[in-house]
Design a protein around this ligand. Structure first.
Ligand SMILES: [Zn+2]
Length: 369
């Protein structure tokens, strides 16, 4: 079944477009190298993923996918043999760095470095250890997995993210919706643009149902959709996400994958933003744009600076550690990644601010090139 009504390059993500042979800034061209291999986990359920880092590479992402079984990405070891990231340091804490550790689905994505303080890479043979697990999260031995490694050369120009906005069936022909979506995307582009990050946005119509699945638990529609588009971040605009009347949007992972899977999308509801009159005010358009920027922020690796229990935080040192609703709204209510819109009777607080560490996480995601 053709889901997209326009022609797109299938699997263009897997087109390698050149190799760097010299060192130096002249080669900071943001070029990505993509390798896909089939691997089998060992007797302990461990997958050993080699990552051959070039001198100009400044970030990589390892994506592990397995049919009908859980996976996690657990440990990063650099070319010197030093452990740069270990899941054991993070599982019991109250700070969130990546969801790659959590074996919650059949695909996992680990971007490295995550934070500016995790850089630089350093050339040589790196190793990422991942796991195949059973439904209870215990290691499952000798399981096949498809592993995709994306390496990015440093970016000398403006880092740019490829985005495809996909309308669920018929919504592109609804002028109220399409006008609001385009204005919201502009708002999103302004928010990221203030931090030197650019969007390259295409629009597509589709025959997706107007109520789409939640991409975090996963939906059958997203794998074929991503396969058709083949690169960047896919943002699906629907009436609603899984029937919820109060869900603005949802991302497929923190970070999300750049390979086809049931989680390879951000889904947003236009109707939840427009409200019961199904017509957009200017403020509702702004919040819609902030939702896109927020949910794609998750997809690129950002957590909320504080979760709504006020006792779990992101792992970034320059987002304030508040511990109550009032203190958090005061300290972080204007932050793009605040967990909910802060609204008074007449209007909502603009949520457009990113800390240096937050914008650093976005820029290190291999989607920006
Ligand atoms: Zn969120």
């Amino acid at each position: 079944m053709t889901r997209l009504l326009f022609a797109v390059g299938v699997l263009s993500l897997f087109a390698c477009t050149g190799t760097s042979t010299d060192s130096g800034d002249a080669n900071c061209d943001g070029v990505v190298e993509v390798e896909q291999v089939s691997l089998r986990s060992d007797a302990d359920g461990v997958l050993t993923v080699p990552v051959a880092v070039d001198a100009n590479d400044d970030a990589f992402m390892v994506m592990v996918a397995r049919d009908g079984g859980l996976v996690s990405a657990d440990t990063v070891v650099d070319a010197e043999g030093d452990v740069r990231l270990s899941w054991e340091d993070w599982l019991s804490g109250r700070d969130s760095l990546t969801n790659a550790f959590y074996a919650s689905s059949e695909v996992t994505s680990l971007n490295w470095p995550i934070r500016a303080e995790d850089a630089p890479l350093g050339a040589g043979e790196w190793t990422v250890y991942a796991s195949t697990l059973d439904a209870d999260g215990y290691p499952k031995a000798r399981q096949d997995a498809t592993v995709t490694v994306v390496r990015r050369s440093c970016v000398a120009g403006t880092p740019t993210l490829k985005v495809t906005v996909v309308y669920a069936q018929g919504l592109d022909e609804d002028r109220e919706v399409a006008t609001a979506v385009e204005a919201a995307v502009l708002r999103w582009a302004q928010i990221y643009g203030a931090y030197g990050l650019e969007l390259d946005v295409s629009y597509a119509s589709s025959d997706l149902a107007t109520s789409v699945s939640e991409p975090l638990p996963g939906g059958d529609e997203y794998g074929p959709l991503y396969e058709d588009i083949g690169e960047g971040v896919v943002v699906v605009v629907a009436d609603d996400v899984d029937g919820y009347a109060d869900l603005y949007g949802e991302a497929g992972g923190i970070p999300g994958p750049y390979v086809a899977s049931g989680h390879s999308a951000v889904a947003v509801s236009w109707l939840v933003h427009a409200g019961t009159d199904a017509a957009f005010t200017d403020d509702e358009v702004l919040v819609f744009g902030e939702t896109m920027a927020h949910e794609v922020g998750h997809y690129l690796g950002l957590f909320h600076p504080v979760e709504m229990d006020w006792s779990l935080w992101d792992a970034l040192s320059d987002t304030k550690r508040c511990t109550s609703e009032s203190a958090c709204e005061a300290a972080l209510g204007d932050n793009l990644m605040f967990p909910y819109p802060v609204c008074g009777e007449r209007s909502c607080t603009e949520q457009t601010v990113l800390s240096d560490d937050q914008s650093g996480v976005l820029g290190l995601n291999v989607g920006f090139r």
